[in-house]
Design a binder for this molecule. Structure first.
Ligand SMILES: NC(=O)c1ccc[n+]([C@@H]2O[C@H](COP(=O)([O-])OP(=O)(O)OC[C@H]3O[C@@H](n4cnc5c(N)ncnc54)[C@H](OP(=O)(O)O)[C@@H]3O)[C@@H](O)[C@H]2O)c1
Length: 317
């Protein structure tokens, strides 16, 4: 199979491209050539690199044609954030690819309602990112079911792995939160710490893409959640991290309007985005149809990532 990954050197691509090479795919990776994968792997020597700036090519109306010119059997789109971008690709690839896989997000669901959230529940996204991703999902699944365009949509949770800071128990990305926990200092959480986050290891996201490709007939025209088996409450997450560092949990709680003043504006915005969504998604559909079995629990994924932060002196404990 000739498989093109658009945006293939990021969190997920770091694990997905080597998995594809090992499975015998001829892999072509489209990026702007600015970033390297988070981890080296010998398989990258076999990956053909194509340098394209998607934004510029879309503006010129050329992106779809340039992807089609690569004559892919499979296209994996990791970096589509606007409906127009998805349309350009579908128009150019219709009738020319066996499988088209789009990386979505749990944010298509908006606020959690009945949990664990299932794929069939109504979409009530808020915020431009979630609204656009939901529109892309609706468009692709409609194209699949009405016109037979072979699209699959995978919705990851918070992607975690060695090489970058994971979403922390405060609901934002400042890695110093882990330093405070490691020193046994008090951590203040918003509200009662009962809002949830749902992580997934980047390699488990890669596993799900491989599962979708291997189970084409069950995956085409469908969307799937791709997360760990269980979400975490902020409180449960914090308590587990204190225990991991061998410290007794020292937690305090403040109502949101007071808590937000205890962190930077950027951290408050990130936490609000996460707790307003409070994702808690079911993986039953992916397990049943794609044989998806996450290797990592949320805590194992986070702890591997925090170990990397410590080993690389991003945080000192
Ligand atoms: N991060 C999360 O926690 C999370 C959660 C849920 C869903 N998602 C979804 O995951 C997807 C992102 O996957 P990821 O986190 O693996 O990606 P990522 O780490 O952000 O990496 C993006 C990749 O795309 C390339 N790229 C960026 N802009 C480009 C452009 N204009 N033209 C061509 N290449 C470009 C980058 O390389 P260059 O910079 O070298 O071009 C890099 O290889 C998105 O669809 C997002 O909605 C992410």
């Amino acid at each position: 199979m000739r498989t093109v990954i658009i945006g293939g050197k990021g969190h997920v691509g770091t694990f997905l491209a080597p998995r594809l090479v090992e499975a015998g795919h001829d892999v072509i990776c489209i990026t702007r050539g600015q970033r390297e994968p988070y981890q080296p792997h010998a398989a990258w020597k076999q990956v053909q690199q194509v340098q394209l700036d998607r934004g510029a090519e879309e503006t010129a109306g050329m992106f779809g044609a340039k992807v089609a010119d690569l004559k892919p059997d499979i296209v994996i789109d990791m970096i589509c954030f606007k409906l127009d971008g998805a349309r350009q690709l579908v128009e150019a690839l219709r009738g020319r690819v066996q499988h088209f896989l789009h990386c979505g997000t749990l944010w298509v669901h908006g606020h959690s309602a009945q949990v664990p959230t299932a794929e069939l529940q109504p979409r009530q996204p808020f915020g431009d990112y979630g609204i656009q991703k939901a529109a892309i999902e609706a468009y692709l699944l409609n194209e699949a079911r009405v016109s037979g365009f072979p699209a699959t949509v995978l919705h990851p949770g918070h992607i975690v792995g060695p090489g970058w800071a994971p979403l922390n128990p405060g609901g934002h990305f400042n890695p110093q939160v882990f330093e405070r926990i490691a020193r046994g200092e008090e951590l203040t959480l918003p509200n009662l710490g009962q809002e949830t986050v749902h992580h997934v290891h980047a390699d488990d996201v890669a596993q799900a893409f491989m599962g979708a490709i291997a189970n084409w007939s069950r995956a085409a025209g469908e969307s799937f959640h791709v997360v760990s088996a269980q979400a975490l409450s902020l409180r449960g997450y914090a308590e587990a991290m204190y225990a991991w560092f061998g410290q007794p949990a020292r937690l305090a709680f403040l109502p949101w309007e007071e808590w937000r003043k205890t962190v930077s504006e950027g951290e408050a915005a990130a936490t609000w985005d996460h707790i307003a969504h409070s994702p808690n998604a079911s993986i039953a559909k992916a397990a049943r149809l794609l044989c998806y079995q996450p290797r990592y629990t949320s805590l194992q994924a986070v702890q591997e990532s925090v170990s990397w932060l410590i080993a690389n002196r991003v945080i000192k404990v």
